[in-house]
Design a protein around this ligand. Structure first.
Ligand code: HEM
Length: 197
């Protein structure tokens, strides 16, 4: 039985909301610290979905079949779930930055805001209409650029926590290095054996 895309997206976003509310309640509730805790856990949850969507094709190219094939076939659902989860992160951002005045510099707001626009554009075009409208080349450019922007924001966020929270930053950055390594290895495999593409 094939699980419908919408139910994967809704279930993952609901889980994000439960995690965010749970962490907020456990960290002081409707307070500045509570809002930050909600923002942190929703970003972490979203990071897992991002990595799964971003590495799906590389994994399937390097080791075809099995769960990698399933992940590749459901990549659209996983990518949309990432976008929905990041929408939940935005709710906690509004709470932290908008309600409790967590300071964030202009470059962060512009960089993060622009990345959100790309994530929204990627979600809106993750369908046959989007592919037809943008054309395969335009679609690829949008989704490659958006994926790279999200990767850069995640990398920057976790690199900034290396000194204060190495127990979080080191595993997160290691996963990013692994994901980039998988992409490069898959590209090399395609170039060396074009029929594997
Ligand atoms: C204008 C846009 C954004 C704002 C204002 C914002 C704000 C925040 C805030 C307030 C936190 C909690 C920080 C803390 O407690 O120290 C946070 C955490 C985080 N955000 Fe966002 N964010 C934005 C966009 C993004 C985007 C686009 C991404 C990734 C694509 C992202 C990834 C993260 C990560 C990785 C964390 C840290 C999670 C952790 O500690 O494990 N954010 N953000």
């Amino acid at each position: 039985m094939r699980i419908p895309t919408w139910s994967i997206v809704v279930a993952s976003a609901f889980a994000a909301l439960c995690l965010g509310v749970g962490w907020t309640v456990a960290s002081g509730g409707w307070t500045h610290e509570g809002a930050l805790a909600g923002a942190r856990i929703t970003a972490r949850w979203s990071f897992i979905w991002f990595l799964a969507a971003w590495t799906a094709s590389a994994l399937a190219r390097l080791w075809p079949g099995g769960w990698r094939g399933v992940l590749l076939r459901r990549r659209r659902a996983v990518g949309l779930a990432f976008a929905a989860n990041h929408g939940v992160h935005l709710v906690f951002i509004f709470m932290a930055v908008g309600v409790f005045h967590e300071p964030r510099g202009l470059p962060v707001l512009i960089g993060g805001g622009l990345t959100y626009l790309f994530i929204a554009a990627m979600a809106a075009t993750s369908n046959n209409w989007g592919l037809r409208t943008l054309g395969p080349k335009g679609w690829k450019i949008l989704h490659t650029a958006g994926g790279l922007m999200a990767l850069i924001v995640f990398t920057n966020s976790y690199a900034g926590r290396l000194m204060t929270k190495p127990e979080l930053a080191i595993p997160a950055l290691s996963l990013i290095v692994l994901a980039v390594g998988l992409k490069l290895a898959a590209t090399a495999k395609t170039r060396l054996t074009p029929q594997a593409a």
